[in-house]
Structure formats: C-alpha cells, structure tokens
Design a binder for this molecule. Sequence first.
Ligand SMILES: Cc1cc2nc3c(=O)[nH]c(=O)nc-3n(C[C@H](O)[C@H](O)[C@H](O)COP(=O)(O)O)c2cc1C
Length: 309
Amino acid sequence: MHAVLAAQQARAREVVAPEVLTWIDDAAVDGGWSAYRFRPHVLRDVSSVSTEVSLLGTTVSSPVLVGPTAFHGNVHPLGETATAAGTAAAGSLMVWSMRASVPFEGSGWWQAYLLRERALTLDACLRARDGGATAIVLTGDTPYLGTARRAPLGSQDQAPATLQDIDWLATKTGLPVLVKGVLRGDDAEACIDAGAAGIVVSNHGGRQLGRVLATSAALPEVVDAVARRVPVLVDGGVRSGLDVLCALALGASAVLLGKPVLWGLAADGAAGVEACLRAVGDDLAFVMGLAGCQSVADVDGSLVAETGP
Ligand SMILES: Cc1cc2nc3c(=O)[nH]c(=O)nc-3n(C[C@H](O)[C@H](O)[C@H](O)COP(=O)(O)O)c2cc1C
C-alpha cells in the first residue's frame, strides 16, 4: 500500500466512529495484484511520462478514479461535496453512489442500484443526469445485500437488476450505462449485447458473495471477451501505482478506488481525497517510467507475467 494511503487509513482509524470503521472494513479482500510480476522495457525514452486517459468522453489526469461508496456523510460533515471537490482538484472522475449523503452536483458518473420502486431508480438517475452526470454505472452484483454485510447503515430497498435494465436506463436517460460487478467473460458479453457502454470488473470488495474470485484473476477473461468494444474498468484492493500498472497491463482502461478515498476523506476532507488520488496517480507515472512506458497506450499485456503464489 502507498505510504500516503497507509497514513490516511491510520488517521481515519483515529477520527471515524468504530461502527463506521467496521462498516468500511467489512470483508475487505485482496485484489490479487501481487500475483503478477512485471517484464519492464529498458532503454526507452521516459524523460516525460503521461498518465492522461480519456474515458467515454471525459479526459482525466490519470486512470485512477473514485469508485462508488455509500454515505460519505458518515466520515465527513460535507460528505460527497468534499469528495467531489478533492476529485476535481486531482483532475480525476468520481462515481457517485446512489446512496450518497448529498444530492449529485458538478460532474462525474452516477452509480445506480435497482430499487424495488423502479420509478424511484429512474427518478434518481434523471436527477443525476440533470445535475451533470455523464454516465450511469449500474451495479449488477447486489440482487440483495450480501451475507458478509452486517449493513447497519445500509438499506434494503433494492431489487435484482437484470440485463433488460441496461437498455431501459440507457434509453430513458440517454446516457451510456456501464455495468459494475462483472467477473466472467460470458456475463461481460451478455452485458454488451444488452447495450452496456462499459464493464466494471468488481467483486464489491468481497462484500457480496463470499470466496469470490480476485478481480485481478477475473480481469483477463473479461478483457478477452470484451475485445476492446467498450472500456473495462476494475476495482478491488488497488492501493499503489504498481497495482494500477498491473491492472492496465491486464487490459483495464482505468481503476476505481473505494476504501482509500473514504480514508482520505475522513483524514483531511477534500484535501485528503486529492492527496490520495495524486499519490496513486503520481506513483503510477513513476512505475510506468521504470517499466519503460511513456504513456498509458504503451502499457500492454507483454508487461506482466503470472508467477503464481
Ligand atoms: C463502505 C463501502 C460502501 C460501498 N458502497 C457502494 C455503493 O454504494 N455502490 C457500489 O456499487 N459499490 C459500493 N461499494 C463497493 C466499492 O465500489 C468497491 O467495489 C469496493 O470497495 C472495492 O474497492 P476497494 O478495495 O478499493 O475498496 C462500497 C464499498 C465500501 C467499502
């Protein structure tokens, strides 16, 4: 884990209420990124390295984005308003959780759970769109709350989303819809056939089904099936530039940070979120250079080898 993130996590442990800490840390699983080893290039001109990428029309300073996590008001009085400010300051993009503590504002993407009241789901998405959201991220791995989640702060009004909901949301909102929570190539294929504009490989940080595949292990199969038709993003235990480099080499277009953003927010509000994103983004630039990559386009599958445990 990057030292800045570790320090923010330690600070968060001091300032966040114990029951909130339990909720954040629940079922935390490893992304498995260290199962891979790098095969760096030498003698490449890396005197300047750019981490900039474009995702569905949004250009960001690095492929390190803010993933959707609920109720930022639990760790900071300004809630998502502070997270969004820190994200913008870092030149990144934030995926707002549908369970946000404050209404959507500014820019970014909007994560949707399907609610039992479908009209409410659509309503929330339309409000986010009208507030400036440029994509919907439909979370697909929560037909109901996972057994691992004690969920004292959660809510139980969700319903199982299905493939038809992709097109329903895309048509009604006019926005691209990504599907979050995909761990298999055949599911990614089905989502694209059903109209998905992007795939997020995620196991919800291990908070849904137990003993689930590490996202680094699922990513290659999904990337293969998607075959560059839409961007593939990934989350789960991404904590350093090396983790991001591995994810990019395995074919991801970007990564999402979940818990580290909450630690940064708890530790120092908007400035903490900015520091978290910059730490990982700068670290990515540093290790890209060491691996002989000048831009994200130079990072390909030849850069990694799986060595096993
Ligand atoms: C406290 C907490 C709240 C979360 N809330 C949401 C949510 O509202 N919607 C969602 O799609 N995923 C949610 N997730 C899952 C994250 O988006 C992400 O998949 C997971 O945390 C893995 O990334 P990480 O290891 O960087 O935390 C939540 C995770 C945490 C830890």
